[in-house]
Design a protein around this ligand. Structure first.
Ligand SMILES: [Zn+2]
Length: 192
């Protein structure tokens, strides 16, 4: 999924850009989708800071299911997630970010992000189960994932083990635990 940057016109993967919303109009001097560099520039200007923005060459890693995941990296010292973030840009996949600590070297920051990615990729909350209606089953009693907006259905979807599950598929999957109590909790520190 790509969008066009309203400032420079760059055709940019959605996940490597930022959609600056109506509320930020006066402050951020523009509306609409900004590529990473233009978003960082707008925010740095607004804060009177120097622009620190870097795109790093992609790296391929494999997840526990053997899928090759190509991560694109983006570094910026201003914006919603100052620090380093990584994401897959094809469809819905893994995403992770780390916020820079005071005095932290770039290589330490990068290593922290890689550790976080390795932990994400090593996790398997789902397994193939051809005889079920979804073709999937839970490996245990927990599911970790990310809540996303589904551009196809204009509704919610989730990303588990780096793959997108439709809301109905998630429901069918959870029915293996019909009748059990559950706890839904968001990890607010997941971008740290
Ligand atoms: Zn741009």
């Amino acid at each position: 999924m790509h969008n066009t940057c309203v400032v420079c016109g760059a055709h940019t993967p959605r996940l490597l850009g930022i959609f600056i919303t109506e509320e930020g109009k006066q402050q951020l001097g523009g509306l609409g989708f900004h590529c990473g560099r233009c978003a960082a520039k707008v925010m740095a200007d607004q804060r009177g800071e120097e622009l620190h923005y870097l795109e790093i060459a992609p790296i391929a890693m494999h997840n526990a299911q053997g899928r090759r995941c190509v991560f694109h990296f983006q570094y910026m010292t201003t914006g919603p997630v100052p620090g380093l973030r990584a994401c897959e840009i094809e469809g819905y996949g893994y995403e992770a970010a780390v916020v820079e600590r005071p005095g932290e070297s770039y290589s330490a920051l990068f290593e922290r992000l890689l550790e976080k990615l390795r932990a994400l990729l090593a996790r398997s909350d789902l397994k193939d189960a051809p005889r079920t209606s979804t073709g999937l089953a839970m490996t245990g009693s927990e599911i970790h994932g990310r809540l996303e907006y589904d551009v196809d259905t204009h509704g919610p979807c989730v990303v588990v083990d780096g793959r997108k599950l439709d809301w109905m598929v998630l429901g069918d999957l959870l029915m293996s635990h019909e009748g059990f109590d559950f706890r839904l909790e968001f990890d607010l520190g997941s971008e740290d």
